[in-house]
Design a protein around this ligand. Structure first.
Ligand SMILES: [Fe+2]
Length: 238
């Protein structure tokens, strides 16, 4: 039995925070009445919000129960805090849905500001939650969750999405990922999926980013090393 390499989850957090962090400006720069652009931005926000929701659900199904079972004294207060924070993020996501629906109808100024204000609040809540999860909870997971259980958790999360979406998400994650951690994570996927991800994820994200941001190279997340910082040995990725 080997213990899980939990570093992959940091890549997901970095991607979520990068994409969410770019959203308020993305929204605020949509001209009043530009319903086509509002639709593109709305669909992007909905996609990332769905990813965030699935990410939290997978943690709740796989991670919290194992921590409570194996390290009850240490984990109990932390898991309670994680559950409270997930509810707070859920509440903000629930406010986001009607705000997006209202804005996309006519792309008016009031609707645009309402969406941006919810996003501002969501970014703050998520930053707080993810920092605590990374500092306090993931070190516990690294002590008691096995590699097989971790892979099962990833597979459960992946089942929520079709192949094209998975490839895109991997491209989104890869954009600011530590190359070695990204490679190890993809190599833990089923062989058929692994090959497709290595072959297509970079291009999938570039094309997607062009539509959303008007560039294939949107701003990076601050901090961690990225593929742009040095040579990359991933097959299929230059
Ligand atoms: Fe979480």
């Amino acid at each position: 039995m080997t213990l899980a390499d939990v570093r992959g989850i940091y890549m997901v957090h970095t991607m979520l925070q990068r994409e969410l962090g770019l959203m308020p400006e993305l929204v605020r720069t949509v001209a009043s009445g530009d319903v086509d652009r509002a639709r593109v931005v709305t669909e992007h926000i909905e996609l990332v919000a769905d990813l965030l929701r699935q990410h939290d659900l997978v943690e709740e199904r796989h991670l919290w129960p194992r921590l409570l079972d194996r390290l009850p004294a240490e984990a109990a207060p932390l898991v309670r805090a994680m559950e409270r924070e997930h509810r707070l993020v859920d509440d903000l996501q629930e406010r986001l849905e009607p705000a997006l629906a209202a804005w996309r109808i006519a792309a008016g100024q009031a609707g645009r500001e309402a969406v941006a204000a919810v996003l501002d609040a969501l970014i703050l809540a998520l930053a707080d939650h993810l920092a605590r999860e990374e500092d306090r909870v993931l070190p516990l997971a690294a002590r008691c969750v096995t590699t097989a259980e971790w892979a099962e958790m990833l597979a459960d999360g992946a089942r929520c999405f079709d192949l094209d979406s998975l490839v895109l998400f991997c491209g989104m994650i890869r954009y600011d990922a530590d190359p070695a951690v990204f490679r190890a994570t993809v190599e833990s996927m089923p062989e058929t999926l692994r090959a497709v991800v290595f072959e297509r994820c970079e291009q999938a994200f570039a094309e997607y980013a062009l539509g959303v941001y008007g560039t294939a190279t949107p701003p990076h997340a601050p901090g961690p090393p990225s593929f742009d910082d040095g040579p990359c040995s991933l097959p299929g990725i230059a």
